[in-house]
Ligand binder design. Sequence first.
Ligand SMILES: NCCCC[C@H](N)C(=O)NCC(=O)O
Length: 423
Amino acid sequence: MTDNNSGRATAWLVCLLVAAALYGNYYVYDSVGPVADLLQQQRGFSDTQIGMLNAIYNLPNIVLILVGGVLVDRFGAARMTLWTAALCLAGALLTAFGPDFASMAAGRLLFGIGAETFSIATVVAVADYFGKRDLAFAIGVTLSVGRLGSFSADMSPTWFASSYAAGWQPPLMIAAAFAASSFAVALVYWWIDRAPARERAAQGIVAAKANEGFAWRDMLHFGKAYWYLLGLCVLWYSVMMAFRSTFSIKYFQHAHGLDLATAGEMNSYVFLAAVFATPAFGWLCDRVGRYAPFLAFGALLLPIAMAVMALTQWSLWWSTLLIGVSFSLVPAVMWPLCSKLVRPNRFGTAIGLMWVVQNAGIGGANMLAGWLNSRAGASAQNPAGYDSMMLFFGICSVLGVVCALLLWLTAGRRDQEAATHKA
Ligand SMILES: NCCCC[C@H](N)C(=O)NCC(=O)O
């Protein structure tokens, strides 16, 4: 095996390890929803308390994740993956074994503080190893295995039926076991990365930045294309997450007459499609060597899907198909493109800044959409009450397309995409 071949083999090994670690992490992230009913029945938690167990994940990250991104750039992806996986494990254990609501919430807080920085570290880890070739495909693979973790959490009441029959705690203990496996895999990745990390340090890619001073200043020098990408990130994820994760099932039931099971199933297909389509789109972008046009196309599908749902009585399969492609294509292209717009040693900071705004956007969109629905009295009896929410999501997704087009104009030409490090 040549050096080059063994380098590729190591890169793919790291990619698979990071993907496995992300699987466990996304499983824990989505582990509260399936036990929500049991927590209510057996521990007397209110809806507000259950909502808080998830909201507490986003809120601290509006500030903390930026620090996390800077730390990833400063200490390297492998060390940060390991440290944050340990934090996530501690959080998952506290959530599963906490004697009361406050300690469970503290567990979710700890998990949230670790998990977003952990996610940044995984993207940077893949970029470290796939600097030039197959980056979008490799990031697509890790994201799709992560999505499989979310899908598994949704399926866990079926797969681990006996543990759910035993009460609220065993399913959360299973989630903690997934967090432990995520930590174990992160440990293997850290161990494998020691020699390549020394090489990167020798080339001045990582270690030098410890001496470069603080990274905040550098953000001001990110190029225009980066800021358009950030705009798209916050708008697209706000619509995608607030609609698909929070309101879509209820909307399908009330405005399109689906029963709960069919509405849930319709929603989960978006997720399942992304497991397969995300790496496929990444592979395609790598082969074609273009990113911005694909991103603009993926972004455009979202407002079209919103319009189809809100303005027509077409089968929901059409909007599911459009959202499924958008949900697979945009993340598959966004993060590899981001790595091409900033210097490698500022990539963690760049993602951190995007996720600060993204966390704020998702939180804000959830609150605003909920308020719009309540104000209009949206319900099965009053499906028109959802119109203002759909208009809001429609406007955000159109603005997202504008950002994507500006990005295409700014950094979309093949040579510019290849000419990295504009910061
Ligand atoms: N399921 C965990 C949420 C991760 C959110 C993270 N900020 C992110 O955007 N990750 C990329 C992705 O598309 O999931």
